[in-house]
Write a protein of this length. Sequence first.
Length: 135
Amino acid sequence: MSKIYFSFNDILLIFISFFFPPISVFLKSGCNKDLVINLLLTTFTFLFGVFHAIYVIAKSTSDEYDTLNDQPTDNYPDNAIVVILPGANNNNTIPTNLPPPSYAESEQLAKEQKQFLYPELPSYEATTSRDDVKH
């Protein structure tokens, strides 16, 4: 028997499916045959629509975790945090001998990230109030 793991989003969708099952099916699988089947089941018998919505959520969740479990984990160290992005190839190797970044390096990375994400924001680091005041 395989395990079924539910994320917070899946639990929220199951909760929504008790009130209006087609919304939870649409949010989980999009506009496809599952949505049409669920709309028909909900129209004729509401309880079967709820059961079908829970089935769709559980089925797609187990498919996602099966895909993640198929990923090779041979070349990762035990303490590595691995993030697998959709569509990313898994041929990269993670170096195991790198030291953690220093405080100055992490501050520089945070500053670069802030400048990249929010280029329109003014930087208050370079100016002081004394520069603006004339004597």
